[in-house]
Design a protein around this ligand. Structure first.
Ligand code: ADP
Ligand code: ASP
Ligand code: MG
Length: 439
């Protein structure tokens, strides 16, 4: 029998009705043996994810404030699910332990991780599967990076004799035994790691949309579903804000050539999106998708005859390295160089950074402009289609939007456009409209 690993996100496990849908999906195929679960997500748009409630509890405790009310709300979320599912099961002992740990200033990651821990216990009970704690199977190095060797060895051994299991997403253990989480949305990463560890035939990632869409559905009405996308394209889009899947979830499965299928828990008959190493299918549209993010700044350095000065770029980037700032793009002219960075990475060191670049690069002027949004137009079809950039730029210009930066990836798989944050939504809609139809 083949083995499928299935990961269900927060909205798929937000209440008892969602749990029932999830159980029906899992039970429909005996190959769906290993289930990775998120913490309960939002049940409606103003709702609060349990993970966010846990972060709030941690903040209250660290300010030495009372957590009674905040923690009671978390208990109520889980107790509601247990009661509505009619389970003969109590988490009271766990609640007491966690609550005490928070009051005694347990680490932030431990506190946040309890969202998936508790939800996975309920799901295991509901399905009649074994609960396998991620703390015994997923490991980090002491510098906080993922320890693949130890993880795959331990996780494969742990699951070898377990026919059906639920494993909490989002976290693992540090060498000293404390809990560490991946970054937000990290249950996708856990799912990919489990898929790799058990040599799954497929990694199904179940969420609340019918696959990866050509644009963020919160910005473009009814965007088309992408039927097939390569790992590379998905990573570009995920990194730039197509948050349907964590961009780090690609690596574990890509190395083992395990395809990912993004599916919709609320519409399980939809085929969703297949994420594959390479696609030979003709692309239905020139672009595969468009995604973007706000929160970037452009550092512009001017210096006469910069083009003739060997090592100028190195000096500028060396300063950024000293400040621990990573850069996104470096568009250059003959007397100017711009470096695009995330605004949050320079907020605390702006003035010092300007001073050092002035000094080290002997610049004529250094300025920083904030409030830039970046939009990535991604597609393997762009290599063989002329005029893609022109079409995108014309569409943006027709909406009277000024382009602040342009960059094209050397693989011709992506074009990055920088615009003012205020123009972000309109520019993204214009690009989608130009390639797919008016948004
Ligand atoms: P889960 O809780 O299942 O992990 P997420 O909320 O992390 O789900 O991701 C799914 C959400 O990603 C969708 O509801 C949608 O709002 C958002 N999203 C943003 N960009 C895209 C895109 N290009 N395609 C699909 N969903 C997207
Ligand atoms: N619950 C975690 C979060 O909200 C992880 C996840 O859902 O993937 O970020
Ligand atoms: Mg997610």
């Amino acid at each position: 029998m083949q083995t499928k690993v299935v990961k269900f996100g927060g909205s798929s496990l937000a209440d008892a009705a969602q749990f029932r849908k999830v159980a029906a999906i899992i039970k429909a195929e005996p190959e769906r043996r290993y289930v990775v679960a998120s913490a309960p997500g939002k049940r409606f748009s103003d709702d609060i994810k349990v993970t966010d409630m846990l972060y709030d509890c941690f903040d209250l405790a660290s300010k030495k404030e009372n957590i009674d009310e905040a923690f009671a709300k978390i208990e109520a979320r889980y107790n509601g699910i247990i009661a509505d599912l009619g389970l003969d099961f109590s988490l009271d002992k766990e609640f007491r332990k966690i609550r005490m740990a928070i009051e005694h200033h347990a680490g932030q990651d431990y506190v946040a991780s309890r969202g998936e821990y508790l939800n996975s216990m309920i799901l295991a009970k509901f399905l009649g599967f074994t609960f396998v704690d991620a703390e015994s199977g997923i490991f980090f190095h002491s510098n906080g990076t993922f320890d693949d060797k130890q993880t795959y060895k331990a996780l494969s051994a742990l699951l070898e004799d377990v026919e059906y299991a639920v494993i909490p997403g989002f976290y693992g253990s540090m060498p000293n035994g404390t809990i560490k989480t991946f970054s937000r949305g990290g249950s996708d990463v856990t799912g990919a790691i489990v898929a790799r560890a058990v040599h799954a035939s497929i990694y199904e990632n179940w969420t609340d949309v019918s696959g990866m869409l050509m644009a963020d559905p919160r910005l473009v009405e009814n965007p088309k579903v992408i039927e097939e996308i390569t790992y590379r394209e998905l990573r570009e889009l995920a990194y730039m804000g197509a948050t349907v899947m964590h961009e780090e979830a690609i690596f574990p499965v890509r190395e083992a050539c395990i395809p990912i299928n993004i599916r919709n828990t609320n519409s399980p008959a939809d085929p969703g999106t297949m994420i594959v190493p390479k696609s030979d299918r003709p692309v239905p549209t020139v672009i595969t998708g468009v995604a973007g993010r706000k929160g970037f700044s452009s550092i512009t350095i001017e210096k006469d005859r910069m083009n003739t000065e060997v090592g100028f770029g190195r000096k500028v980037l060396g300063v950024l390295e000293d400040f621990g700032v990573s850069f996104e793009h470096t568009p250059t002219g003959i007397d100017t160089m711009s470096v695009v960075v995330s605004t949050s990475s320079i907020t605390d060191c702006k003035e010092a950074l300007i001073g050092r670049i002035f000094r080290d690069a002997n610049a004529d002027s250094v300025t920083i402009d904030d409030n830039m949004a970046l939009i990535a137009i991604v597609g393997r079809g762009m290599v063989s289609n002329k005029g893609t950039a022109g079409r995108a730029f014309t569409a943006i210009a027709n909406r009277n939007i000024n382009i602040r930066m342009i960059d094209q990836g050397s693989g011709e798989n992506n074009i990055i456009v920088g615009v003012d944050e205020d123009d972000y939504t309109a520019a993204l809609q214009a690009i989608y409209g130009a390639f797919v139809g008016e948004a």
